[in-house]
Write a protein of this length. Sequence first.
Length: 187
Amino acid sequence: MPRTKKYNESEVIEKAMSLFWRNGYENTSMQMLEKEMGINKFSIYSSFGNKHGLFLESLKSYRKKMSFIFEEFQQANNGVEDIKSFFYNSVNACGLKGFEKGCLYTNTYHEFADKQDETVSLKINAFMTNLKGLFIEKLSMNSDKDADTIAKQANYLVLAKHGLAVASRVNAQEEIEDYIEMTFKNL
């Protein structure tokens, strides 16, 4: 007869996500996960297969957690101003309860850049492709620029968003605001 879980799966995934967000995948040990999640290794393996499976669930949880920012961005129709608001909203989310600094997807992108992990790569690439598509859509709204220029600007914004995610972990609020303002002066 299967054991009944004595924990809420979504709650323990949230705890694991926060730990991965703070420390990265490689620097998060199973012992750290056990302590943070309040469950033993057997339960982790039983529910998620292994640390990697738990990490993938954490990425899903992060995406859900950040969905309010992306939904607002997708529905907005003021072009470049929407992108700028998205940048500010992304940084401001770091101050909300239950949010770590930076972006878990950006952190993962950097950490896994030289690893051969197809599953993580697919998730990160899908996220980045979606983000770039949104930038292209918003840039096209109030621009007379050609498609090639818009694509280059979207690439620039994706890289700027990566930089912003990293800067939001360590830089002062004033420096971050200057970074965002200068990013949009260069468009």
